[in-house]
Ligand binder design. Structure first.
Ligand code: NAI
Length: 462
């Protein structure tokens, strides 16, 4: 029996980052992973492969739509799907091997197999029992199912199958206008598929700033997306080559059908903790099936921690990473901390959509007085030169103190620009602090400064 200070269960962004920090803090650490490669959903079948396909398909879009205007003439590239898949896999392999290297460098043992916790302080993998003073559960999440929709990962797919369809479908129906549906829908729309999104609610991307939701949906429509809103999917019927999706319109309960060559089910994810033996261990769960933790990420059982998608909060890789770091620090006797009010969210469509902090809707609901500083990328020279003038930066600041409360960006490199706001919020900055900070010209980031200026005496280029 081998014994460790910490055994981390799961090697996704939460688990592997946590394991590395544990090792850095002098704790003898192992990480259990049952997949053939490290990195969890994010690296293997999530964030990373989807970004590779988003990048490749965006390049095609640029070639088809913007090259000629820049004086770049010639035949547009055609899609070699097999090669695009190979590029995607190469990206994944590079990253998963990178984690293996980091594990070796930090002397972390990779215990291969699926873990269970037969008793406090013990982790079982296959026939081997390992001792652990502390256990961190980072077992992640899996796609939620929808009654009546049978996933075969060939015609009716989750995000996993959608990354490796045998060919680009002529007609793709996406169930759910959330992050996954719109990112992967974008890939196929750019590659020539006719994409129809069937969404239960009346707006895309639930929880996002309502103004951004509207503009975002309009932009996607311009890119060829079709939307059937206020529609609850009832069932799918698939053959070997196509599927029929049945949905009911909420407004009049009428039933309709739509045919597709592939269907992507993207109606959310749920915590994954099968086979860990949590019931027998008596770990307290939330009523939504998440593992309940205290503010030190410790479960109801001492010495057993949980982080990431398997606990409460947004299912985001970077939220899991931060919790992984913090839990490691707590175990090492330090003061781990996560500021849950400054967790950015990014949708990697084109343009990107990014947000942090409060929305106008949450501020109104809380009865808080706020002001809005908004700036369109149309007034940003760099964006205009790069065919990226669509979209805006919107900063929400406290009406009295000018403290930044939130930010919503739709536009070029939104996912990178948002971090300027995250840092400002971490330091309790005012919009004026940001407005007084010199921003290089010509950069997209000037749009952020202009939005900050708009919270005060006014933007210059508006
Ligand atoms: P989601 O929760 O973002 O969106 C699901 C959508 O499906 C909702 O709009 C919901 O109203 C709709 N829906 C539910 N039932 C329906 C029905 N019967 N008929 C029609 N529509 C229905 O879930 P999604 O997109 O699957 O993403 C899952 C998780 O993964 C999210 O927490 C997301 O944040 C995370 N993720 C994050 C990414 C990023 O940060 N870029 C990328 C991919 C996933």
């Amino acid at each position: 029996m081998s014994s460790y200070d910490v055994i981390v269960i799961g090697s996704g962004p939460g688990g592997y980052v946590s394991a590395i920090r544990c090792a850095q803090l002098g704790l003898k650490t192992a990480c259990v992973e049952g997949r053939d490669t490290l990195g969890g959903t994010c690296l293997n079948v999530g964030c990373i492969p989807s970004k590779a396909l988003l990048h490749a398909s965006h390049m095609l879009h640029e070639a088809e739509h913007n090259f000629a205007e820049m004086g770049l003439k010639g035949k547009s590239p055609s899609v070699d799907w097999k090669q695009m898949q190979a590029y995607k896999q190469g990206t994944v392999d590079g990253n998963t091997k990178g984690i293996e290297f980091l594990f070796k460098k930090n002397k972390i043992d990779w215990i291969k197999g699926w873990a269970s916790i037969p008793e406090v302080g013990k982790v079982k993998v296959g026939d081997d029992l390992h001792e652990a003073k502390n256990i961190i559960i980072a077992s992640g999440s899996v796609p939620s199912s929808l009654p009546g929709v049978e996933v075969d990962e060939k015609i009716v797919v989750t995000s996993t199958g959608a990354l490796s369809l045998s060919k680009t479908p002529k007609r793709l129906v996406v169930i759910g206008a959330g992050v996954i549906g719109l990112e992967l829908g974008s890939v196929y729309a750019r590659l020539g598929s006719e994409v129809t999104v069937v969404e239960y609610l009346d707006a895309v991307t639930p929880g996002m700033d309502a103004e951004v939701q509207k503009v975002f949906q309009r932009m996607l429509k311009k890119q060829g997306f079709k939307f059937i809103m206020g529609a609850a999917v009832q069932s799918t019927k698939a053959t070997k080559t196509k599927a029929t999706v049945t949905y009911k319109l909420r407004k009049d309960d009428s039933e309709h059908e739509i045919d597709a060559d592939a269907v992507l089910l993207a109606t959310g994810r749920q915590p994954y903790h099968d086979g860990l033996g949590l019931d027998a261990l008596g770990i307290k769960m939330t009523d939504r099936g998440q593992i309940a933790v205290n503010d030190h990420w410790e479960t109801s059982i001492k010495g057993v921690y949980a982080i990431g998608d398997v606990i409460e909060g947004p299912m985001l890789a970077h939220k899991a990473e931060d919790e992984g770091l913090a839990a490691a620090e707590v175990i090492a006797g330090k003061h781990g901390h996560v500021n849950y009010s400054v967790i950015p969210g990014v949708i990697y469509t084109h343009p990107e959509v990014a947000n942090v902090g409060e929305t106008e809707e949450t501020l109104k609901k809380a009865g808080r007085a706020y002001k809005v500083g908004k700036f369109s990328f149309m007034g940003n020279a760099r964006a205009k030169a790069n065919f990226a003038g669509d979209g805006f930066v919107k900063i929400l600041a406290d009406k009295d103190t000018d403290r930044i409360l939130g930010c919503h960006i739709i536009g070029p490199s939104a996912g990178d620009l948002i971090h300027e706001i995250c840092v400002a919020m971490e330091f309790g900055a005012s919009a004026q602090d940001l407005a007084m900070t010199c921003h290089a010209h010509p950069t997209y980031s000037e749009a952020v400064r202009e939005a900050a200026l708009a919270c005060g005496d006014g933007a210059i280029h508006a």
